[in-house]
Design a protein around this ligand. Sequence first.
Ligand code: NDP
Length: 230
Amino acid sequence: MDIKGSIAIVTGANRGMGRHFARQLLERGAAKVYAGVRRVEGVDIPGVEVVPLDITDRASVAAAAAVASDATLVVNNAGIATFANLVSGSEDAIRSEMETNYFGTLNMVRAFAPVLGSNGGGAMLNILSVLSWRSAGLGHAYSAAKAASWSLTNGARLELAAQGTQVTGLHVGGVDTDMLKDIPAVKADPADVVRAGLDGIESGALEVLADQVSKDFKAILNADPGVTYP
Ligand code: NDP
């Protein structure tokens, strides 16, 4: 799908990768960008229309879908990581990761599927993680929530194909944002990761990997019988 001329909404657009998504979409010629944010005060991204949006709150998501009823591109970027352990971590923290990363994204998919359908199909980009498909010694509860979000992405792709909606998953490795500020890891520049995701939308990719470490992603995907990934 061409980003030029698109009308996009980005969740969690006030900081981190979301802010880069909003900016780069405008740079690529999006006709309009809605910045979905939990707190609208002080959000200052030139050229975007700020929309209150908490993805875990269905009423908030429905209100945002009514405002952004002309959207042709949805970037499901908002997410949280508590890095709680499965066994020793707090159950509330573990549930909050599922609530935001899975159910929050599901709320967005359900509310915006009809919007995209009524605007010609459009596209959806879901921000996943290399931890969606492997565990890496930390954040195992986060990993489970992002695995669920990957499954949601694959299912939504099949369910929305009939209405012409392109659904792309962006699997991100370590990125230099607030989320990883206390975690020692190899970290990519968020601008580069966002560029890879937007390139993926424009090329029609189903899955995009933006990670400085992983090498085995394609092999795992291509072991999936009956599916060929570009
Ligand atoms: P940040 O922590 O920098 O930003 C997270 C953004 O999500 C913030 O804008 C935050 O808003 C928003 N957000 C959180 N919960 C909600 C909610 N319920 N409703 C609306 N917005 C919400 O993280 P990143 O930019 O690094 O993360 C972006 C995406 O990339 C996430 O999905 C994350 O899981 C994924 N990712 C990140 C990696 C990394 O290394 N950084 C690695 C792999 C994946 P607020 O300011 O109000 O808190």
